[in-house]
Design a protein around this ligand. Sequence first.
Ligand code: FAD
Length: 380
Amino acid sequence: MEQVSRVIIVGAGIGGLCSALAMAKQGFDVMVCEQTKHLGEVGAGLQISPNAFKVLRELGLESALQPCAFVPQRATMRDFKTGEYYLEIPLAEKTINRYGAPYWHLHRADLHSVLVQACIEAGIELMLGATVTGYKENTEANQVSLFLDDGQELTADLLIGADGIRSKIREQMLGRQKATFMGQVAWRGVIPVSDLNVEIKPDACVWVGPNRHFVSYYLRGGEYVNFVAVEERNDWTSESWREEGDIEALKQSFSGWHPEVTELLSAASSTFLWALNGRDELPTWHQGRVVLLGDACHPMLPFMAQGAAMAIEDAYVLAKCVAGYKMSDALVEYEKIRKPRATKIQKMSKANASLYHMHGGVLGKLKLKALQAASHFVPD
Ligand code: FAD
């Protein structure tokens, strides 16, 4: 049980690639299996808070990411109609002084391609078009076998399931359970600044309104503005959890909002619509030689912008634990460190849903709640 030399990671998302780099840095022989045949542009903007930044720095990625970053001046919360500020938290230098690391905005595609490049340079084997169907522990050989849909079998000393919210590895470990639709959908999009007729402040801004909220911030040194528009829904009937969004329906949903929002949306030509799904806290994150990280074990609403950040933290802690402890203790230690923190952030993200969506004109209480939220806006 004790010896770990070869590690296989399922999933080349942000969590899987960070895990690959962190494991390789500890001297393990690492392979990543990813079902996608071509790694391409997926998603939109990501807010990278100092906790996640510190890991990216530790993995040696700071200088490669710097040219793609945007440094927001403040995190703000504004009224959907009047534009009144409920909250203004300085970021930029203040974040560096307080946490020793900046708060960045990155395009997910930029972060992903820097991670892929770093994996290639570190000699990590990236196997694309490799869809994992299941695994089997071989206790006599102290190994775990991994099965691909083309019939191939791979073996490793440790298997990491970083395969997202619909994780096959989680399913085999803990049984099949559908993710829960959280009653919210999110339109996401990226608009070139050259297409805008409105000036957007250099902040990470949440516009709060009845039954919906709108997030806007710059990406790629200010070349693009990213938006996330969230609306409450009773159900999600589509088979897919992400689909091409109807841009007119989006504009209609936010009509009557502050001109900074409506003018921004008037420049949007395409959008994707995401169903926001979640899961309750899992009973465990590991079993034998198999362990989970990222959305595979703690998917969360994006209302603290911490989903990827938590996956990045998981990756770092897991590698340290596997390098520093006997295998049998390492996964226990990893879960002991990570589960309480990720679960807390999951709960805080869910609580923000009611803070961001005004029901019955609770404007007065909103200021107070916003101030309370300010104290944990950026997790340390
Ligand atoms: P994923 O990104 O889902 O990666 C899983 C990978 O596994 C995929 O590449 C998939 O193809 C592969 N895979 C799946 N099954 C198999 C299989 N059987 N075999 C092989 N490969 C497989 N987070 C932040 O930190 N900051 C933000 O600002 C932020 N904003 C967000 C806004 C929105 C609207 C949403 C929806 C999310 C946001 N998040 C944010 C959350 C963040 O995007 C996710 O939490 C994060 O990307 C999860 O990464 P992951 O690597 O765990 O999973």
